[in-house]
Ligand binder design. Structure first.
Ligand code: URA
Length: 248
């Protein structure tokens, strides 16, 4: 367990653990930061610190990596077209590919929400934690649209249930926009827009109406669509797109 912050944090000093300070500065992931600290490459106020949980006062303490002061990382906002079969976690104990394999030479960024292993489509990654928290906060109602291939030919009643809300283990879902794109063979293609981001939400919604997802692609986040982005590739979001997501 991590130690609690020292008592003077009660005076509202901005305290962070040393590993967090390094990863927030965009120097690397928390795991990398912990390795550098352990290797004696990080100093606080000129003294080598080898404990990643060391508390740092952001207003006063000077942190260096290999003797160089940390510079504030340039905020990065990336849009990746995640292929199916890639995890959105940093590392996988089973050695499966992760989205980080597609982001070589990119400073450390974290996914804004998750996509399941079997889901493809748009994923935003950033090193701006405030932005990420805001986009993931359901109060801000950022719309996420999915193209869904659902098992069976769904009735209008089933679609209406999806629209008004279905009971999941973590509560009733909020209103969703659900459009039938087409029926084909024994499947229904739907476009579903939700503003929540619960774990496996679309899959669980379909199960709640006695269907199941056969294929799932996230086609837009807010006003941002896939456009010309090729599967497995990424691009930076424009400042206008970032402002648009923040509702500005
Ligand atoms: N809903 C799901 O069920 N899975 C995803 O990956 C995204 C939304």
């Amino acid at each position: 367990m991590r130690p609690s912050p020292p008592k003077h944090s009660a005076a509202k000093r901005p305290l962070k653990t040393l590993d967090r300070v390094l990863s927030k500065a965009g120097a690397g992931s928390r795991t990398e930061a912990r390795a550098w600290i352990g290797a004696g490459r990080v100093a606080v106020n000129g003294r080598i610190i080898q404990t990643p949980d060391h508390w740092v006062d952001l207003q006063q303490d000077k942190v260096t990596l290999d003797g160089q002061p940390l510079r504030k990382a340039k905020p990065l906002y990336l849009l990746l077209y995640k292929p199916k079969g890639y995890l959105t976690t940093f590392k996988d104990p089973e050695g499966r590919p992760t989205v980080y394999n597609l982001l070589e030479d990119v400073p450390h960024v974290v996914p804004v929400g998750r996509l399941d292993l079997d889901t493809s489509g748009l994923l935003i990654l950033t090193n701006d934690t405030q932005f990420a928290e805001r986009i993931m906060n359901p109060d801000y109602k950022v719309a996420k649209t999915y193209l869904v291939k659902a098992a069976g030919v769904l009735t209008e009643e089933q679609l209406e249930q999806l629209r008004t809300g279905v009971e999941l283990s973590d509560g009733i879902t909020g209103p969703a926009i659900v459009k039938r794109v087409r029926n084909r063979d024994k499947s229904t293609f739907l476009e579903i827009t939700i503003t929540e981001g619960r774990n496996r939400q679309v899959r669980r919604m379909l199960e709640a109406v006695d269907s199941r997802v056969r294929k799932l692609v996230r086609t837009s986040i807010g006003a941002i669509g896939i456009g010309d982005l090729e599967i497995g590739k990424w691009r930076e979001l424009t400042p206008q797109e970032v402002r648009g997501l923040l509702g500005r």
